[in-house]
Design a protein around this ligand. Sequence first.
Ligand code: C2E
Ligand code: MG
Ligand code: MG
Length: 684
Amino acid sequence: MKTQQDVVTEPAAFGQDLQSRTLAVHSPALRAYLRVRQALWIYDFDTQRVVWANPPGLMVWRASSVDELAARPLGSDMSPGVDKRLRQYQRDLEAEPSRQFSELWTIYPQGAPVTLQIEFGGIVLDDGRMACLCQAEPAPMLDLDTLRSAEALLHTSVQITLYDDGGRPLYRNPAARTNAASRDQSIDQHLVLPEDQATLHEAMQTRGEHQMVALVQTARGRRWHDLTARRCLDAATGGQAWLVSETDVSAVKAAQRQAQRLAEHDPLTNLPNRNHVNTHFPAMLEEIRSIGRQAAMLFLDLDRFKHVNDSLGHEVGDRLLVEVARRLRHTLRAGDQVVRLSGDEFLILVSDDDVINHVRRLGLRLREAVSQVIRLGSTTVRVTPSLGVSLFPADGDDVATLMRNADMAMYRAKRLGGDQMAFYSADLAVEAGRRLTLESELLQAFEHGEFVVHYQPRLDASTRRVVGAEALVRWRHPTRGLVLPGEFIPICEDTGLILPLGRWVLEQAARQAARWHQRGHALTVSVNFSARQIQSQALVETMDEVLIDSGCPPQALEMEITESLLLGEDSATLGQLDALNRRGLRIAIDDFGTGYSNLAYLERFPLDCLKIDRSFVSQLETRPAIAELIISMCKVLELEIVAEGVETIGQLDWLRAQGCHHYQGFLSSPAVPAEHFETLLAPA
Ligand code: C2E
Ligand code: MG
Ligand code: MG
């Protein structure tokens, strides 16, 4: 049996051994290696085996023969990191066979660690594949810490490069070598952006260290690296050097970009959102200022959008917004900004040399684009926009002021009836302040009991006897006198005060109805309900409580709702109305003809009564056709018909002739306090 000693002292045997193997190691240099004392071996990257070793090499590997060594599958316990690195060596050597690396490696012959300084070079096997010729020397005397740090340097995925003072590479660890775009890529060639190069040089000059996330050129193309650079001395020469360590943060960067996109975009319309305004508009305004241009901010809000949403449902509302967003984008120029702020509010920023004239034309185009009929499945909807404009820099120097002022102008457009554009002017601020005051005053008014309910009589068109009353709320203002609901109901709807106020009116009306019934007057008292009240889940419960507390018979109460509420497929609303109807409460449609006037729903809902809007009654003399149509339709549907706003005897005569059942209007009486109302009643 051959001992290990025998083997390593018989170089000739290895020569034969080598020749007997199919290796292209015919070079004289390699033959010479057989005799050198330095440990040598050839590593085949593909089979992951040492295919040849000289006697000192065998000794290092603790192998009894080349065959025994070649039989060892080195890949079986190789970490993926080491495997990857060796493959990188293979590619490096294939690209440049004369290349040499010298590194401190720890190998594990028979499981025991041996640290060596190994020089790697290329050698071509006879089948043409590139293998690695390894020349090992004992490692310099190193303590364990140094050894471990050298190992860490080799195995870490952190890319570490030592540059000389001129930025040329002196050393790269394997991870850096794998990533370097070329072998002698300098730090300046590595950094893509000139400003990053300048910043790094400057920081290294002044502070000797720097940390940055930079776009870099690598073997994998352009990547984002988190890069830390520090001045140091080159251990080999003692010269000034930079130690640069880098990790690839491209994935994090991409995730950040995605997160930023998400944070700055509205997922429904895919338009930028309010965050985008805060982040980017200030710089845009600065840019516009610096080139001496003017800009305009346009606040766009859809008229009656809440209506569409309430009546046709949120899904239809959403689709409408998507279509409006598409139209806005389509109408604007490439550099213009359009943002969805919230709900149906959009913000537009445009700049032009003659911005006022540009905005005037743009306003017309936007109104035309938005108000084209929108087809949403089986429904068609038409919405119009209200636009408010503030100019930069005339009406505001910063984003917040411009937005506030454009918003105020938009409210003016709304107040003037919507579907128009208003420019900001200083007096608007006074008006907006007034609205704010009004909001807080209303809350106080409710707490201080400043609201009162008046009753307008409803009369039989034939007998002209009072058959019912409509409860209409008023605000007894401490200084302004009686304020009518048109001025405060919309605000209460916006602020939510409508819920407690509506309940209070209902309680008053129910108590009053109960009182009249006790006195023998079988009057129907109608109460107006806002959409928010009808959609409140507590509606049925509230109604039950009010009926019990007041002792009012359900038949004596009528709920007035607007037709838009009935348009949607809102099964919850239908369910609530059904439940109330089953209790005996009457349901009337108010202001009929001013909304969608879609007849299909009239049959679907449990309705008792329809009130023809005042606007049709006032036009009876000139345009009676609509009132005629409504009345004949109600007859088919067997609904009670009430004409609102009857002011002349002529109107009443016409209505009676058509078969209209009841009427209200100044012809008989406006709304009056309950005590006064009783004087209008015939003795029971
Ligand atoms: P509405 O329900 O259509 O009420 C009829 C309105 O027409 C009342 O205005 C009434 O005073 C007015 N009116 C009655 N007859 C005539 C007439 O012959 N000529 C003219 N020009 N007007 C007439 P008011 O009291 O100012 O109420 C306005 C609206 O405010 C009401 O319209 C109703 O929608 C709402 N409202 C009133 N009270 C309440 C309430 O308690 N809750 C809710 N949600 N809305 C209410
Ligand atoms: Mg009404
Ligand atoms: Mg009405």
